[in-house]
Design a protein around this ligand. Structure first.
Ligand code: ATP
Ligand code: FE
Length: 350
């Protein structure tokens, strides 16, 4: 089976071609057109600008993905597209493009949940078996998932407020570092002392796997103001120390909650996904945790941690095999919880 994948739910327009042969996925091409420069002046993603950019670029990304894979549309077996959750204007651009292609070619159309794409990535990269435990940590989401099948996700817990990627981005803003915040905070943290400035470890005192990152961000803001008091600005070393302290606090809570989740739900494999899984301190700490628990640890390569369409093509293949195709009534959904069992609980989308 060979599928085209299309992704346009946030600020990356992406298209990819993925082939399933004898149980293993192979990425034939993966094109990602970022929009960082378009949003840089605004300190965050502007939905209207994102929607327009997706609409302008999605056809081109598809053409490039097909060209790089060396395949015509007719050689495909299906088209998978992110149908939510995300910024609705962007999701609509992708869904309309996919519907157009499906109508023109008669190929099956499969609407994929963006988060299922992230959550199934370790099956694409490492061919692991179900069930496995997944920590999905991205710009908009933070959750522990037990994954029992291509469309069978149980949410064990997650952030009750901000997602960690969002917190990295806000901390970068507070410290006048470039967006996206994850990479720039990590770079600063490498030169900093994580122990100098005390920051809280939210919700560690409470049982379960829920997390909170909004108070941590506020604590960074207060610490910054304290350090700046009487000075014109923030000293370079202070900024690095704050970044190191923040990153250490995020890693500490993620590791402790992961330890609990793995203890209560023993599985062979623990995988991380989402943009924050690109963080080297967080990866190393989770790896060490799993080594101690005799659990296989998997973190996809960085380019498959952040948004891409290969994960959408792959999830599309798995879900197509499970349930067949969608029809032209497929809608774009701004919110779409992965765990069907408790929609009320996870209505916030976190
Ligand atoms: P979602 O998948 O929830 O819709 P998204 O698509 O915006 O959100 P991703 O593309 O998966 O999220 O990840 C982007 C986020 O990852 C950003 O918030 C970014 O700051 C963060 N990030 C990227 N690299 C790193 C890093 N090295 N350390 C920490 N965070 C990082
Ligand atoms: Fe994402």
């Amino acid at each position: 089976l060979t599928f085209l994948g299309i992704e346009s739910s946030c600020d990356d327009t992406a298209a990819a071609v993925v082939r399933l042969t004898s149980g293993r996925g192979e990425i034939l091409s993966s094109v990602v057109e970022g929009q960082t420069a378009l949003h840089a002046a605004f300190g965050g993603v502007v939905p209207e600008i994102a929607a327009r950019a997706h609409a302008e670029r999605v056809d081109l990304c598809v053409e490039r993905a097909l060209a790089e894979a060396g395949l015509p549309l007719a050689a495909l077996d299906g088209i998978a597209v992110t149908a939510g959750p995300g910024l609705i204007g962007g999701v609509l651009s992708g869904v309309m493009c996919a519907k157009g292609l499906a109508a023109a070619t008669g190929l099956p159309l499969v609407g994929v949940n963006h988060l299922a794409g992230h959550a199934l990535t370790p099956r694409l990269t490492d061919g692991i078996d179900y069930p496995y435990l997944m920590l999905l940590v991205s710009g908009g989401h933070c959750q522990f998932l037990r994954v029992d099948g291509p469309d069978d996700f149980t949410r064990l817990g997650g952030s009750i407020d901000d997602a960690p990627g969002e917190a990295f981005d806000k901390v970068a803003k507070i410290l006048a570092l470039p967006q996206p915040g994850g990479p720039s905070v990590q770079a600063e943290a490498e030169r900093g002392d994580a122990k100098r400035i005390p920051l809280p470890r939210p919700l560690l005192d409470r049982p379960g796997y829920d997390l909170s990152f909004s108070g941590l961000k506020t604590a960074v803001l207060r610490a910054r103001d304290g350090l700046m008091a009487g000075l014109g600005g923030l000293r370079q070393q202070d900024r690095a120390d704050l970044c190191a302290a923040f990153q250490r606090a995020v890693a500490d809570v993620l590791v402790e909650k992961s330890r609990r989740a793995l203890t209560d739900h023993p599985v062979r494999t623990f995988a991380v996904a989402g943009g924050v899984a690109a963080n080297s301190e967080i990866r190393a700490r989770l790896q060490a945790l799993c080594a101690g628990l005799d659990t296989v640890f998997l973190a996809p390569p960085l380019r498959l941690c952040t948004d891409n369409a290969a994960m959408i093509a792959w999830a599309g293949i798995e879900q197509f095999q499970l349930r067949g195709a969608d029809d032209m009534t497929l809608v774009a959904r701004p919110r779409w919880p992965l765990d069907k069992r408790s929609p009320a609980l996870i209505g916030s989308g976190k």
